[in-house]
Design a protein. Sequence first.
Length: 69
Amino acid sequence: MNSDELAQYIEATDAISKPWLLVQLRLKKLNEQRASMEPEEYARQLADVHQDLMNLGEWWVGREDEVFG
């Protein structure tokens, strides 16, 4: 699945409110652009995506069925 297909899936399933999918989309787009980027810029952007993922924390604990079900 490429980033366009993932974006279409997110839109079709009304999953814009699922932040882990948005992080996954950012990661997919970054991976697709990697060949045209300087290694330092790629590493910087990857670190940014990673930080956003870590900022999600465990907000889902106790809500697993609601969020992932």
